[in-house]
Every structure is written in C-alpha cells, then in structure tokens.
Design a protein around this ligand. Structure first.
Ligand code: SER
Length: 316
C-alpha cells in the first residue's frame, strides 16, 4: 500500500483529493497537510492531518521520514489572478515549494511525485485551438512562468535523478465542495453559487471567452490514473488534459435550462487579459494514448450535477 502525503489539502482540489485517496488507499495511508486555511472536518475526522509549510524544507524532510512517505501530491500553489497581485510571493511558493518537494523526494527516494501544471503554461504565442502537448510555452503571468519552470524541473529531476515526477496541465476545475481562490477560471464555479442563491451573476470575463475546463470527478480520476500509469508507457513527464471547452455565455445558457430566471451580465476586469492569453481548447491525445485518459463529464452533465449538489446544500 502507498503512503501518501498531500500538500495543500485545504485547496479546491486537495480537499476532495484527500477523501478520494483515503477511500482507495486506506484512511491511515493518506496524510493531509495544510498551512493557512483550516482543513475541512471530513479530512480531520478521517485520517492523519498535520501542519506543513512546503517552504520549510527541514520540516518537510521530517514528515517524509516520520510517516514513511513514498508518494507525494504537491497541490499547494498561488493561482493566476492572485499571482499577478503578488508575483514575487507566487514565485516563492510555487517554485521554492516545488524544489523543496523535489529535493526531499530525491533524498528519501520516494516512489512518485504528482505535481499539477496548468493551461497557464501556455501564452499568447501558443496556438489557441486544440493546443498540442508540445508547443510554444511563453506565458505572460507569473503563475504561468512558475508552471513552465516547474515542468522543466519535473523533466530534469526525472532524467538526472531518476525521480518519478508526473504532471498534468490542468484546465479550469469546476467543483462543488471547496471554492477555488485567486484563479482566472474561478468564474465557472462562482456562477453556480450565485445562480442558485441569487439567480444573478456578474461575470469578470467577457461573454465570448472560451476556456478549457474539467469537472472535479474527472480531475480526481486523472490524479490517480496518472499516478498508477505504467511508467514504461509514458514518453514524457507532462501531459495536456481536458474535459470540455465552453464560453461564459455557453455555461450561462446551460444553467438557464435548469434555472430559467437566471440572469448574467459581464464586467471584464484584469483577468480578461489572462484568459485571452490561454488556449480555448486542448489536444489531450497523448494522455489518452499513453495512460488511457478519458474524461466522463461534458458541459451538460457537469451543469446538471453541480446544480443538484449545490441546490441541496445552499437551499435549506
Ligand atoms: N484555474 C487556474 C487559474 O485560473 C488555471 O490553472 O489560475
């Protein structure tokens, strides 16, 4: 059985990844760590939980030793929009955190490290439709810069130290449990909360802004599928993946099918420029070929599921 450390367990993905992994690998084998945000009760009550700042390398090292960790999910990161407000901190947390994880992973000879990259690794010079796995990587956000540097580090540590680091370029993740924070794709989650609570949403992106997205159940699936993929089939460390692509107008129209009174207006802010620098759609054929990536949800099934889950929770 694996002994897994999840760094960043309070985040949008981490908070659902921990229960998902505990279910698969055993409650006691998945150690959840947080730093700033308190961990949800479901995580605190179902298995080991510790305080950990990935910037404290010695502490990270102690944790690996004490808990006999062989697998790390490094999910802690400052996202694109917040990163533009505090670029130096974004660099510090995203890159120095990652290099600490890679270094202690190397010393303790961990079996695998999963570290997500992002569609933010792409930039305005990248082809925007059906963006290939191997393409131009010239991002214009600090978040994107840290993702490109991280991708190169993943390849470097694999080649030089035989450290099995694996990464997927996540699109915007839509989830019902924990709100994302500080990203450009966050609108696609907020819109559901506002539609259900107030029948109204003001979107910070233009109506025709198309971005690649994925529903959380598919995201959790890809986290485990890539971890468990047969290394002899993997020809690279970093994979494009996607679930669906839609514009802000299209998701609003889909929500209207369930909530006919729903109204949306558009007030683009600084995040529009970030969105405009990212792809509209992603070619994930290499992930499909090399490790069987195959998402389940499209815009209509995701919307239906989100509205069902959130309505139960938000309307009392
Ligand atoms: N969801 C992220 C963001 O918007 C993209 O990786 O910053």
């Amino acid at each position: 059985m694996r002994r897994i450390l999840v760094i960043g367990a309070a985040g949008q993905i981490g908070s659902e990844l921990v229960p998902f992994l505990r279910n698969k690998y055993g409650n006691g084998n998945v150690i959840a760590t947080g730093r700033k945000t308190p961990l949800p009760d479901v995580i605190k009550n179902s298995g080991p939980v510790i305080y950990l700042d990935a910037l404290e390398k010695n502490r990270l090292s102690e944790v690996l030793y004490e808990y006999e960790i062989d697998t790390i999910y490094h999910m802690a990161s400052i996202l694109s929009a917040t990163g533009e407000k505090i670029p130096q901190t974004a660099w510090d947390i995203n890159i120095n955190g990652l290099i600490n994880v890679l270094e202690v992973g190397r010393s303790y000879k961990v079996d695998k490290i999963i570290w997500p990259s992002s569609i933010a690794a792409f930039g305005p010079t990248t082809p925007r439709e059906n963006t290939p796995n191997i393409t131009v990587l010239q991002p214009t956000t600090m978040y994107g810069i840290t993702k490109v540097a991280g991708e190169l580090l993943a390849e470097y540590y694999y080649k030089k130290y035989d450290l099995d680091v694996r990464s997927m370029r996540l699109p915007g993740i839509i989830s019902s449990e924990t709100l994302p924070g500080g990203g450009t794709t966050d609108y696609a989650v907020e819109i559901f909360y506002e539609a259900i609570k107030n029948n109204k949403y003001t979107c910070f992106l233009r109506e025709d802004t198309v971005l690649p997205m994925m529903y959380q159940p598919d995201c959790l699936k890809c986290m485990v599928d890539l971890l468990e993929a047969d290394n002899s089939k993997l020809k690279r460390r970093v994979y494009n993946i996607t679930g669906m692509s839609f514009s802000a107008g299209e998701i609003a129209a889909e929500i209207k099918k369930h909530i006919p009174d729903f109204e949306i207006d558009y007030k683009p802010d600084f995040r529009q420029e970030i969105a405009d620098s990212w792809p509209k759609s992603i070619d994930d054929s290499l992930a499909r070929e090399e490790w069987g990536w195959n998402p389940t949800y499209d815009l209509s099934s995701m919307t239906k599921d989100m509205i069902e889950i959130l309505s139960k929770r938000l309307i009392k």
